[in-house]
Design a protein around this ligand. Structure first.
Ligand SMILES: [Zn+2]
Length: 314
């Protein structure tokens, strides 16, 4: 039934798709990550919506319009947020910078140039365990309690909106509403939902995670949670290997940074993985090459809506 519905929904789009980008779009997708994560570019980047089921792009970041990535990354983010929200109602994760529309370097990041990097704001709860909607990056101590307000590079006041495309975003707030709200010690790192997200990323058959840059104390909290939940040893081993606090790029105690490997199709078109040899999972490799399970229907509809926005029928 799903397949029939999908075909029915796609049919009206086909002429536009064929006219713009050719028939390959529906098989391989059209986004291409070019070069490496430090000095790369992004061709036909896909925009992450500013809001969706289980996630939000908080204002500071949607104002920047760095919400572009290769389709594999964008859809994976939507998929894992959906997955966690389905399991834990009300869970909302924050997505901060991905890449600019065409990729390339930015003043804020040494990477994020080729559509394969994303900064993710941790799930948080209040002190009674109720889920909070992330508005800012809030730093946590080794026990997962929010630190008193800290103004790092990511928590400077929001800059005024610039550039095209704002009409499609949320309403632009006035200056007072745009003032930064920085967490005090009134919220907690939500270890259960954050582990659920990591798990969803690590087990997603359509991407392969290269790194999860995260503070080592928070990584330890997540691994403890995974052990308590009885996760398989192999998953624990992989999570422990990929969660890493980089020596040269901040504490990563107020967000984590996801980088995915070049998709095989992009590799042939110039995508380059950099870095030391990493933990690779043969099971993931083979699953990525095999037929992959369908996304939940609401996600297919969201993916179609994205396609329709990118290639409006004229
Ligand atoms: Zn980052």
């Amino acid at each position: 039934m799903r397949a029939t519905l999908l075909v029915a929904l796609l049919l009206p789009l086909l002429p536009a798709l064929a006219g713009c980008v050719g028939p390959a779009l529906l098989t391989d997708g059209s986004s291409v990550s070019m070069g490496d994560h430090r000095s790369g570019l992004l061709r036909h980047g896909t925009p992450l919506p500013f809001r969706g089921r289980g996630f939000i792009v908080p204002e500071r970041w949607w104002l920047r319009h760095r919400n572009y990535g290769i389709e594999e990354l964008v859809y994976a983010l939507m998929r894992v947020a959906y997955h966690v929200e389905r399991r834990y109602r009300g869970a909302t994760v924050g997505f901060a910078d991905l890449s600019p529309a065409g990729g390339g370097s930015t003043t804020e990041h040494g990477s994020h140039t080729s559509g394969r990097d994303a900064d993710v704001i941790f799930y948080a709860t209040d002190l009674n365990g109720h889920p909070l909607v992330p508005r800012e990056m809030v730093a946590y101590d080794a026990t997962g309690l929010a630190l008193p307000a800290t103004l790092g590079p990511e928590t400077q006041p929001a800059t005024p909106p610039r550039g095209p495309g704002l009409a499609s975003g949320p309403p632009v707030p006035d200056a007072a509403a745009a003032a930064p709200v920085v967490g005090g010690a009134s919220q907690r790192f939500d270890v259960r939902r954050n582990w659920a997200l990591m798990r969803a990323l690590l087990t997603d058959p359509r991407i392969e995670v290269q790194w999860l840059f995260i503070n080592r104390d928070l990584a330890r909290l997540l691994l403890d949670q995974a052990r308590r939940a009885g996760e398989p040893e192999r998953l624990l081993e992989r999570a422990a290997a990929l969660m890493h606090q980089p020596g040269d790029a901040g504490l990563h105690n107020d967000h984590f940074h996801l980088r995915i490997f070049c998709p095989p199709g992009d590799r042939e078109l110039g995508c380059r993985d950099l870095g030391p040899p990493r933990w690779r999972d043969p099971a993931v490799e083979s699953a990525a090459g095999a037929a992959t399970p369908a996304a939940p229907l609401p996600l297919l509809l969201e993916e179609l809506a994205l396609l329709a926005r990118r290639f409006p029928l004229m």
